[in-house]
Design a protein around this ligand. Structure first.
Ligand code: C2E
Ligand code: MG
Ligand code: MG
Length: 654
């Protein structure tokens, strides 16, 4: 075939191709129209059989002498024909075999009428009656849907039988033969021509239908492609916001209708603006593409979908419903990006690679369940991850003040807390163990709700950190503590808690310097307590801010030492004036193991040259132990509860 094609001209080749295509379409036509052609033929044969039998009446009227034989003959051929046709239909033979059987039945039924009828003695009547033979010809060409070859062969047989009967008909004179012969021949030509036209028409109709189907298919494909395009993020190729919103809505509705729940995981590229500004937008785009591809691959085993939510934020919708699974996937997402190790040395937090912060929430039974609420929860978790130094994972927990549910009004309250006097300070004495004097007071913040109740700083400080209110209330507490304790000389030193988030805010040290100048007290009378909450290795901004504060004479204390993983790295990176050992170390101090642990931690801190303060002294024995251990400072309920300035002062006087 290939050889033939190479030897032929382009026109010939096109013709060959056209012929091949035509043959293929004809084959397709035959295949695809099988069932309907079969049904039409079956239907036709039954109708024809009824009409054929109905002509028994004319048999009786016109050729009464042989009517019995003719009717019997009609009946036999009808029954055999129908039985055969039904049998074939049952056996599901091809429509071609079926058509041949119909054609055969047609010729035989003509013969079955013609032959016994020709035996009649009512020759005149029979001569007229012969005209009905043309009906068989019409049936072959027009009634059944035979292909052109079969219909011509069938009608030729009818024509042949007619001429055969003429020869055997003694009464057929020349005029009769001329008139009826011409009639039969013209009938044959006319109906064959119409049959040819019909056949072409049928094929054309099929072709048109085929074409329409093809056009329809193409239109559907085009529609699908358009839909794909309108649902795809142009840059990364993952779902765009529209598509992912729809997916979220679908998952939500399915969950509402009783299917399993899902998790919404927000993924935000850390310091992406800095990346864009430094490396350029093209590199920024490339970075997003790489992150999207890596995430897409990492998500394959989880049957999760990934979408770009806008800018540098992605969202993952995953069929996960318990905390452990969601945490695991969120951590895989974080790690996937970290492992890519894409350079980003503009982030100024010690790290020099591209990382992501991940916040997730998952469906849970609750009052007022709404999809928007779930997304807000994931968003809050993401904020919390960002507030905690980025490159980390947070899962929304309604009981957790970091991401909690009821805290929106606290956030709102914090914004107006200072102007509405909702915020205040209480002071807790810090005792110098050696001298027995109150050497300092720790300022602890309190927030009053509108109903007069107080909220624990453990709840509102993280909210203030998340929403940024910490800057204002933090500076306010520094100024206020300075005023309360130092200006009025209530204690030699005041310590104020400062969160690492405050230290990261640009210009914090300068604002502190302003307060120092404003209140006119020396820096060294002030201590800042920093909690070892975040990993110092990655926080070069925090470190340089601490150094600036230290340069102003402010003493830097490390708070809650021993509660986080980061304490040791903090000790390594910064020379703290005092280390406050967390009160949890006093819990089992009377046991051998607990006592040894406290001693170990004390000697570790002492060997590094820091002063030591132990928090949470609640009993006399604990104070005695501290004296034995030669601890520098102690603090706790035994020595004094945190109290408002007035009672703090009056107790000192007492
Ligand atoms: P912290 O700095 O470690 O403060 C000590 C906490 O222990 C205080 O809780 C205090 O009331 C409590 N405490 C003191 N002595 C004892 C004791 O003998 N036994 C027990 N069980 N507890 C004792 P508070 O006031 O609820 O503060 C909790 C945390 O909130 C503080 O821990 C600090 O990290 C943070 N915080 C408080 N005020 C501020 C602030 O003005 N700024 C910032 N950034 N954080 C603050
Ligand atoms: Mg403290
Ligand atoms: Mg503490």
């Amino acid at each position: 075939m290939t050889q033939t094609r190479r030897d032929t001209s382009p026109t010939d080749r096109r013709e060959i191709l056209d012929k091949e295509r035509h043959a293929e379409i004809v084959k397709l036509f035959k295949e695809q129209t099988q069932v309907e052609r079969l049904a039409a033929a079956r239907h036709g044969i039954w109708e024809a059989a009824v009409i054929y039998m109905a002509f028994s009446i004319t048999d009786i009227l016109l050729i009464a002498d042989v009517a019995k034989t003719v009717i019997l003959s009609r009946f036999l051929i009808t029954v055999i024909g129908l039985l055969l046709i039904e049998g074939f239909f049952y056996l599901k033979v091809r429509s071609e075999t079926f058509d041949i059987t119909c054609a055969l039945a047609l010729v035989l039924s003509y013969f079955a009428w013609l032959y016994p009828a020709s035996m009649t003695s009512q020759t005149d009547n029979f001569r007229y009656y012969m005209v009905f033979g043309s009906l068989f010809m019409m049936s072959a060409n027009l009634f059944f849907g035979f292909n052109i070859k079969l219909s011509i062969v069938t009608s030729s047989c009818v024509l042949g039988l007619f001429f055969w009967s003429l020869s055997s008909l003694s009464v057929a004179d020349n005029a009769y033969i001329t008139a009826f012969g011409t009639f039969y021949v013209s009938c044959f030509m006319f109906t064959s021509y119409v049959s040819l036209r019909l056949n072409r028409e049928r094929f054309q109709v099929y072709l048109n239908a085929l074409e329409a189907k093809e056009q329809n298919r193409e239109a559907t494909e085009r529609g699908k492609a358009l839909l794909r395009l309108s649902n795809t993020d142009y840059l990364t190729g993952v779902d765009n916001r529209r598509a992912i919103d729809q997916r979220l809505r679908d998952s939500w509705n399915e969950w509402q209708n009783g299917s399993a729940g899902f998790a919404a995981i927000l993924v935000d590229v850390d310091f992406f603006k800095k990346y864009n500004d430094f490396y350029g937008h093209q590199a920024g785009d490339h970075c997003l593409v790489l992150v999207a591809n890596a995430l897409k691959n990492a998500l394959i085993p989880f049957n999760a979908s990934l979408g770009r939510y806008g800018g540098e934020e992605f969202i993952v919708v995953a069929p996960l419903v318990n905390r452990e699974d969601v945490t695991r996937l969120a951590e895989i997402i974080r790690k996937t990006v970290e492992d890519m190790a894409l350079a980003h040395d503009q982030r100024k937090d010690g790290l020099s690679i591209v990382t992501v912060s991940v916040g997730a929430a998952f469906t849970r039974e609750q009052l007022d369940a709404r999809l928007e609420k779930l997304i807000t929860e994931a968003d809050r978790a993401l904020y919390s991850a960002k507030a905690n130094g980025r490159n980390c994972v947070r899962i929304f927990d309604p009981a957790d003040p970091l991401t909690g549910d009821d805290n929106e009004h606290i956030a709102a309250l914090l914004r107006v807390a200072i102007s509405n006097n909702l915020i205040s300070l209480v002071y807790q004495p810090i005792l110098n163990v050696e001298t027995g004097e109150i050497d300092a007071a720790e300022a602890l913040m309190r927030l009053k709700l509108l109903d007069g109740s107080h909220v624990s700083p453990a709840v509102f400080i993280p909210i203030a950190e998340r929403t940024g209110s910490i800057l204002d209330i933090g500076l306010w507490s520094i100024r206020q503590a300075c005023h309360d304790i130092l200006v009025s000389d209530a204690a030699p030193t005041v310590s104020v808690n400062v969160s690492p988030i405050q230290l990261k805010i640009k210009g914090f040290a300068a604002r502190v310097a302003e307060i120092l100048a404003e209140t006119g007290v020396e820096g060294h009378r002030r201590a800042f307590e920093i909690t070892e909450g975040i990993n110092m290795d990655r926080q070069s901004v925090v470190l340089s801010c601490l150094k600036d504060l230290e340069a102003m004479g402010i003493r830097i204390w490390l708070d809650d030492f021993g509660t986080g993983f980061a304490g040791l790295s903090w000790l390594r990176l910064f020379n703290f004036d005092t280390v406050k050992i967390d009160r949890s170390f006093l819990l089992n101090v009377e046991t051998e193991r607990g006592g040894a642990l406290l001693k170990d931690i004390i000697s570790l801190v002492r060997n590094r040259g820091h002063k030591i303060l132990v928090e949470g002294i609640e009993m006399e024995e604990q104070l005695k132990l501290m004296q034995q251990l030669k601890i520098d400072y102690v603090q706790g309920y035994y020595l004094g509860h945190p109290s408002p300035l007035d009672s703090f002062k009056s107790r000192l006087l007492a």
